[in-house]
Write a protein that binds this ligand. Sequence first.
Ligand code: 5MM
Length: 339
Amino acid sequence: MSIEQLESVALAMVAPGKGVLAIDESSKTITKRFKAVKIECTEDSRRAYRQMLLTTPGLGDHISGAILYDETLRQSADDGRSFVEVMRAAGVLPGIKVDMGTTALAGFPGELVTQGLDGLRDRLKEYVSLGATFCKWRAVITINEDSPSSACIESNTHALARYAALCQEAGLVPIVEPEVLMDGDHDIDVCYDVTEATLRSLFGAMYEQNVMLEGTIVKASMVLPGKNCAEQASVEEVAEATLRCLRSAVPAALPGIVFLSGGQSDENATAHLNAMNQMGPSAWPLSFSYGRALQQAAQKKWAANPAANVAEAQQIVAMRAKLNGMAALGEYEPGMEAG
Ligand code: 5MM
């Protein structure tokens, strides 16, 4: 695939008023989420849940693409169509998470490195044959008194860059996700410094590995105080710090940035994105690739009665997608939550 084709997929992912739905929970994570809403986690309950999400009427109005897990990319809806066909019919690009999760970083207790590069070239070929158009790889950066170490940042950004180069070779747009976790009691300035150092390292690594920025999407965490920090920040403070950090570390050649929600409330994730877009213009479209902030309310509704609540749960998904689509344009208002 040419750079122009990669770029056109990347631009479609951040088309005005649209963002990405992250439903790529690994089996371990979806088991945890289902346990919280008292649903038994089986291959069929996962399929039924993700069918509910992917068959939401009008999903493509505000969702440009959805990131799937390996199992989901191979599953089908009740009507026999593969989920990939369902998505194509809805105008939603199929994406696939290709990392194999995190493991302890040897020599650095408490720090993590993401694995999955071995055999990736062959896995990507198969994902192309199954209909994927883009991929995702998530690195996890933890803030503690003594971390992150530069070894942790560099090991993770090197892996992200190698993954991105392999994706582009295979004709797939890489989403590179260096998530700085919200866990901890650090303040917003510490999060700013760690996020800036991580993004600068990421772009250095991508430059070294010949990754074409024009065919890459960054999935960033917002600059926020730790969850346990005594001094929390206003919506404007978060938006201002995040924008300042991105401007200092992200080249303008990038076609777009999408945010993860990272444990923020649904309303905060939407309000923060909206505030950033109201403070624009920015060098890149700023949109969303939320997992929890798009799913959690709908998941609760569906889980209360999976046989009867599909339509109501889908209305909730459609509403959150719409509100985040408006936030991607800077046109959201908190009063819209009531509707
Ligand atoms: C949907 O969750 C994704 C997969 O997580 P695991 O590999 O840990 O199971 C996760 O990567 C997600 O895409 C991002 O963290 C963004 O999700 P949130 O919920 O933070 O918006």
